[in-house]
Write a new protein. Structure first.
Length: 153
């Protein structure tokens, strides 16, 4: 991403140049392990390619991180036509979780900018190619079934 910014009522509350825009949804029951997992993944993702073909993380690329709370990421649409936000943590649980995530990313030495928790925000992002990743701490840390082959059935 080449740049991103967040405005509230026309005022810019957070902005970065090159780096990562992290839309963060806190789920009910998120633990410190979930927060650390996501923050450490954000800080360590090697998604920038150098001319020599090696990939580097956001710090090595000289970038920053813009963290924007986004409870709508947790919407379920399995039934009906209206989103169900039952999985989303309430404000009293979500705000400290997002703040802890920001603190952990800063702990890695990264420059972090944020949106305004709970506000109606306008988020702008200029992507450098279509590159979007989903990090789900619970799905990623869950044990996975071994791969199966056609002949194993």
């Amino acid at each position: 991403m080449t740049r991103a910014r967040v405005t509230v009522d026309g005022d810019e509350v957070g902005a970065i140049g090159a780096g990562l825009l992290a839309l963060v949804g806190a789920e009910r029951g998120d633990t410190e392990a979930d927060i650390l997992y996501v923050a450490d993944k954000i800080a360590g993702m090697r998604v920038w390619e150098r001319e020599d073909g090696t990939t580097v993380d956001v710090a090595q690329a000289g970038g920053a991180v813009l963290v924007v709370s986004q409870f709508t990421l947790l919407a379920q649409m399995r039934r009906g036509r209206r989103p169900d936000f039952i999985r989303a943590a309430g404000r009293d649980e979500a705000q400290p979780a997002v703040e802890a995530l920001v603190a952990r990313i800063r702990w890695h030495g990264l420059a972090v900018s944020t949106g305004s928790f709970g506000a109606y925000m306008q988020v702008e992002s200029v992507n450098d190619g279509p590159y979007t990743l989903l990090l789900d701490s619970r799905a990623e840390r869950a044990p996975s079934a071994p791969p199966t082959r056609e002949g194993d059935r």
